[in-house]
Ligand binder design. Structure first.
Ligand code: HEC
Length: 190
C-alpha cells in the first residue's frame, strides 16, 4: 500500500512542481511579450524612422485630444468669426482708414480706392501685384502700400506714397489679421 502510494505522491509533487514552473515561465513570457510590444510601439515615434507614415502618425496623436473639442477649426479660414470681423471694422474705423477709403455704410473717404468690393477685387489684384492670393494682396496693401500702386482712385490716378506706410508697426498681429479678414469679406458690389 505504502509502496504504491509513495510513487504516486512523488509523481503528483513533480506535476505540481512542473505546473508551478510553467506558471512562472508563462508569466515571464507574458511580461516579456508586453515589454516587446511597448518597445516596438515606442520606437517608430521617437526614432528617426525613414517611413514618413509612422512619424506622421505619431505627431497627430497628441493634437487629436484638444482638436476634438474644436470641430470648427478647419472652417475658420472660410468663415471668419463675427468677433474677428467686428474687430476688423473697429480697427478700420479707429485707424482712420475711412478718411481715405469708402466702405458702404461705414466710411466715405475718396482719397484712396473704395474698399466696398475689396473681397471680389483682391484676387485679380494679387495677380497684377505678383503675390500669392487675395489675402496676401490685402495684407501687403496695408503693411506695404507702396509695393503696388492701384491705378484708379475716385479723384483720378492713384498716387504712391499717399497711404501711410507704418500700419505694420502700429497694428498688432491680431488687429492686422482681423482687418485683412474684414476687407476680404467686403463684396458689396461697385
Ligand atoms: C491718407 C489716405 C489713406 C489712408 C489713411 C489709408 N489709405 Fe489705403 N490707400 C490710399 C491710397 C491713395 C491707395 C491707392 C494707392 C496704393 O495702392 O497705394 C490705397 C490703397 C489701399 C488698398 C488697396 C486697394 C485696392 O483697391 O487694391 C487697401 C486694401 C487699403 N488702402 C487699405 C487701407 C487700410 C486698411 C487703411 C487703414 C489701416 C488705409 N488703407 C488707410 C490711401 C489711404
Amino acid at each position: 500500500m505504502n509502496a504504491n502510494e509513495q510513487p504516486d505522491g512523488i509523481l503528483l509533487d513533480l506535476i505540481r512542481y512542473a505546473m508551478n514552473i510553467a506558471t512562472v515561465v508563462g508569466g515571464l513570457v507574458l511580461v516579456a511579450g508586453l515589454l516587446v510590444i511597448m518597445v516596438v510601439r515606442a520606437n517608430p515615434a521617437s526614432g528617426p524612422s525613414p517611413g514618413g507614415e509612422q512619424a506622421s502618425q505619431a505627431v497627430p496623436a497628441p493634437t487629436e485630444a484638444p482638436a476634438a473639442g474644436e470641430p470648427a477649426e478647419p472652417e475658420a479660414p472660410e468663415a471668419p468669426s463675427p468677433g474677428l470681423l467686428a474687430l476688423g471694422e473697429e480697427v478700420f474705423v479707429n485707424q482712420g482708414c475711412g478718411a481715405c477709403h469708402t466702405i458702404e455704410g461705414v466710411a466715405q473717404g475718396v482719397v484712396g480706392p473704395a474698399l466696398t468690393n475689396m473681397g471680389a477685387v483682391a484676387g485679380g489684384r494679387a495677380g497684377e501685384a505678383g503675390v500669392a492670393d487675395a489675402e496676401a494682396y490685402v495684407r501687403q496693401s496695408i503693411v506695404e502700400p507702396n509695393a503696388y500702386t492701384v491705378e484708379e482712385c475716385p479723384t483720378g490716378a492713384c498716387a504712391p506714397g499717399v497711404m501711410p506706410a507704418n500700419f505694420g508697426d502700429v497694428l498688432s498681429e491680431e488687429e492686422l489679421d482681423a482687418l485683412v479678414e474684414y476687407l476680404l469679406v467686403q463684396e458689396g458690389g461697385g
